[in-house]
Design a protein around this ligand. Structure first.
Ligand SMILES: CC(C)(COP(=O)(O)OP(=O)(O)OC[C@H]1O[C@@H](n2cnc3c(N)ncnc32)[C@H](O)[C@@H]1OP(=O)(O)O)[C@@H](O)C(=O)NCCC(=O)NCCS
Length: 204
């Protein structure tokens, strides 16, 4: 098995869409849109999340590192600047302690249900950090769950596990829910051209 990575873009949209459709739209039709929306916007777009996601991808306003096995996408790590991903979990608690907004957020993972436990989410995270570096780098925040040395339902872990992020060089900043942490790391700018679909993604 050789896994590769490509950014979510108009070119990779068909593979992304196949993976989402294989899982019935994910959570009954989320299409990985909920972190893009401000509160209340979900009602306006209900039933049209696929269309909205595709439009955002075409406009360069939805970013993810997709992991491929051959031509098939088997998972992703969603990332983007905060104005692209305003709707994090435990947002009220997060905003209470907020001093400076990060340049980037990592909000969500999804791995093909037949391919879990192979390290694909960890690979997608490393690839997302590479894309961020090539798009200019900066501070990166994520909001994973602490289930260290414990198993839980895979669907509770859409924002990843604390352990994955600590292994990827993040440090714990503050808790925002019983098991949910803000973690942060600085990613240096990488030389070379941004990956297709990630150019100009950085907000500040
Ligand atoms: C959670 C998820 C992303 C993990 O993907 P994966 O490819 O199996 O993860 P990895 O193999 O890279 O493992 C990463 C770490 O998470 C841990 N982990 C994975 N599943 C876990 C579980 N159910 N409970 C506790 N820890 C878990 C692994 O042990 C590993 O820890 P380690 O780095 O200390 O060894 C995957 O199960 C998934 O896609 N779940 C559904 C998420 C979802 O519903 N997303 C919808 C979008 S909102």
């Amino acid at each position: 098995m050789t896994l590769t990575s490509q950014p979510l873009s108009t070119a990779t949209w068909p593979a992304f869409a196949r993976l989402v459709e294989k899982h019935d739209g994910i959570f009954g039709g989320c299409w990985c849109i909920s972190f893009h929306l401000e509160p209340g916007e979900n009602k306006r777009w209900a039933g049209r999340y696929r269309e909205l996601k595709e439009a955002r991808v075409r406009a360069g306003r939805a970013h993810a590192a997709l992991v491929f096995d051959g031509p098939e996408a088997v998972g992703w790590c969603q990332f983007g600047p905060p104005d692209e991903l305003p709707n994090i979990r435990s947002r009220k608690e997060y905003e209470k302690g907020l001093r400076t907004r990060p340049d980037w957020r990592i909000t969500c993972f999804f791995i093909d249900r037949e391919r879990r436990g192979e390290g694909i989410a960890s690979l997608a995270l490393r690839e997302a950090l590479q894309y961020i570096a090539r798009a200019g780098g900066g501070t990166v925040e994520a909001y994973p769950e602490d289930y260290t040395a414990e198993r839980t339902s895979n669907s509770f872990l859409c924002s990843g596990t604390l352990g994955m992020f600590l292994k990827a060089g993040f440090r714990k900043s503050r808790p925002i829910a019983m098991r949910r942490w803000v973690v942060v790391r600085r990613v240096p700018r990488a030389r070379g051209r941004p990956a297709p679909g990630t150019s100009g993604a950085r907000s500040g």
